[in-house]
Design a protein around this ligand. Structure first.
Ligand code: SF4
Ligand code: SF4
Length: 216
């Protein structure tokens, strides 16, 4: 899941300065889970924009499998409302925002309503937790299914560092040391021998941007 956070309202209003009629695009998947761009948040944004003197011409909340795949269909259904607007505000991740821009088939300005933070999952206490940094060299096979790239602040592929104390990370004592979690998971699975396997540095050539894969 892609984790997002809504931008400050004053930043959104600043971006919409001079544009009165706004169409809002949300996302019924990741942004809905993050409570940044689901139906509820889109309706709330509609109320806020109207309170600020804007006219909301309409909204859509594309969902499964992803806003990037569904947005064309939702735009076709809302063509008139989009044509009647001065701008489009998107409450979704960076991928969703770019998909909206590419599929809008118009020069209307598209505005960014959310900051995209990381790839993660929902924790037991409803916290959104970073779990993968898309490094292109997955080592989960050898790390007890705990990602050291995303969960160790130093991104150490061979840990722990000397700073861990009673299982907590030296960078943030409230957080578990990723490498102690890795040790515990490997021990549970009887795979401690994997710790002896020295992992080579990340091959950054695999993540040269922009990345592209051609499907056969
Ligand atoms: S090692 Fe971590 S960051 Fe890299 S692909 Fe695997 S889960 Fe993602
Ligand atoms: S204490 Fe653990 S999680 Fe923190 S930086 Fe060191 S190895 Fe990484």
């Amino acid at each position: 899941m892609i984790i997002t956070k809504q931008k400050e309202l004053q930043d959104i209003l600043e971006a919409l300065k001079g544009q009165t009629k706004v169409f809002i695009v949300g996302c019924g998947e990741c942004s809905a889970t993050c409570k940044t761009g689901g139906e509820e948040e889109v309706k709330k944004m509609k109320g806020v924009l109207e309170h600020a003197g804007k006219k909301v011409t309409g909204y859509c909340v594309p969902s499964a499998p992803c806003i990037a795949a569904k947005v064309k269909l939702d735009f076709a259904k809302n063509r008139k409302a989009i044509e009647a607007s001065d701008a489009v505000l998107v409450l979704a991740c960076g991928l969703g925002i770019q998909s909206v821009n590419e599929n809008l088939r118009s020069d209307k300005p598209v505005h960014v309503g959310c900051d995209t933070l990381f790839m993660g999952q929902v924790g037991a206490d409803n916290a959104l937790l970073e779990r993968c940094a898309a490094c292109g060299n997955c080592v989960l096979e050898f790390t007890g299914m705990i990602c050291p790239v995303a969960r160790c602040p130093k991104g150490l592929l061979n840990g722990p560092c000397g700073g861990q104390d009673k299982g907590k990370c030296e960078i943030d004592r409230d957080k578990d040391c990723a490498w102690i979690l890795i040790y515990n998971n490997l021990k549970k699975k009887n795979k401690l021998h994997l710790l002896k396997r020295i992992k080579p540095p990340i091959d950054h050539s695999k993540s040269l941007r922009p990345r592209r894969i051609t499907l056969s």
